[in-house]
Design a protein around this ligand. Structure first.
Ligand SMILES: CC(C)(COP(=O)(O)OP(=O)(O)OC[C@H]1O[C@@H](n2cnc3c(N)ncnc32)[C@H](O)[C@@H]1OP(=O)(O)O)[C@@H](O)C(=O)NCCC(=O)NCCS
Length: 157
């Protein structure tokens, strides 16, 4: 049996599996309408990591990353990996490809925000060179928590 992880652009055929992962990964998941809006938005890069297993007809979705591509900056809106697939480099694959696409479009920086308690995500972002540049007090609800804003200046290729 060979398992292969591939990065692809999400399509609406992926929506059910994307929503399962959305609900698994986030305490406040986006609605299907919000996810679909990014999927159809020409300014959004929506990457999925799929595992192709010879024994299964449908590939498994291991993770995804959604990024709005602007002229002045790109914004990483969400990145998520299935619990059972974490710490295997899937988010790193998604982020590396996202940063390559940002660089190819000559977008100078990437911004993102996360709960200040999200140690795993913060470790990932810092590993990619993101620097914390600001705090938004009480930005998140349930529980109320500050948002940490991170920025990465992108080297152009
Ligand atoms: C954050 C998240 C996307 C990381 O996905 P992942 O595929 O496990 O990440 P990777 O395997 O690529 O990790 C790369 C590096 O990031 C750091 N890292 C990732 N998760 C970490 C964790 N839970 N604790 C500490 N460091 C972590 C480590 O340095 C790791 O390298 P290592 O495994 O060699 O130590 C995943 O935990 C997730 O989906 N969390 C829930 C959703 C979320 O919070 N998303 C971010 C806000 S939008």
């Amino acid at each position: 049996m060979t398992d292969e992880v591939r990065l692809e652009t999400a399509t609406d055929a992926d929506i059910d599996r994307l929503m399962s992962l959305e609900r698994e990964a986030f305490s406040h998941p986006w609605t299907e309408a919000s996810v679909l809006r990014e999927l159809y938005d020409k300014d959004s890069l929506f990457l999925v990591a799929k595992q192709y297993d010879n024994a299964q007809a449908e590939p498994q979705i291991l993770g995804f990353a959604i990024t709005r591509m602007g002229e002045d900056y790109a914004e990483l809106l969400q990145i998520a990996v299935s619990e059972s697939a974490r710490r295997r480099g899937i988010a790193s694959l998604l982020l590396t490809e996202t940063l390559n696409r940002v660089s190819a479009r000559a977008i100078p920086r990437v911004l993102l925000e996360t709960r200040v308690s999200n140690d795993g995500a913060i470790a990932l972002y810092e590993r990619f060179g993101f620097r914390r540049i600001a705090t938004r007090r009480g930005y998140y609800d349930a529980p109320v928590e500050d948002a940490a804003i991170f920025q990465l200046k992108v080297t152009q290729c």
